[in-house]
Write a protein of this length. Structure first.
Length: 156
């Protein structure tokens, strides 16, 4: 496996500790409180990360492993987040699902030949998406939202 793909897998795995540390930095009593009006709480952000890693990145990567040029359905982030929050899922459970999904995707990709990382599907609005671009997005997305969660720890 080439160095870039190895680095992508390492970032996918390392982003989990960044996310966990961010969540641990938020006082328990503030996990479900938005830092400011109109912003997501740490719990909402974590729910979003879980929904996206499972229903967007994980699902699309799996389809690309087994299908030729799939067309990806749109993802209604707001509806998924709202439904997830209504279930009252615990922070520890959300983190466990994120960790499990990211690790499973990393294991699937660890044995993927370099040439297959370019396999593409298409989103009707967002255009082409490859295994490589989706795999990079897993770590990027987790770290981006870890920073957002960490910021809630230091606000009000």
């Amino acid at each position: 496996m080439n160095a870039e793909h190895l680095a992508t897998l390492e970032r996918m795995r390392s982003s989990l500790s960044v996310l966990r540390k961010a969540v641990e930095s938020v006082p328990r009593e503030r996990l479900d409180r938005p830092p400011r009006a109109g912003e997501w709480s740490a719990l909402e952000t974590l729910t979003h990360v879980r929904d996206v890693v499972v229903h967007v990145y994980g699902l699309r990567i799996r389809r690309l492993l087994y299908e030729s040029a799939p067309v990806f359905a749109d993802f209604d982030e707001e509806e998924y987040r709202r439904a997830s929050l209504a279930r009252g899922e615990a922070v520890a459970d959300l983190l466990a699902v994120i960790a499990g999904e990211q690790e499973q995707v990393a294991r699937l990709l660890a044995s993927l030949p370099d040439a297959h990382w370019s396999r593409e599907g298409r989103h009707p609005e967002l255009g082409p998406m490859s295994i490589e671009s989706l795999a990079r997005a897993v770590g990027d997305h987790a770290e981006e939202h870890a920073a957002q969660i960490a910021a809630t720890a230091s606000s009000g």
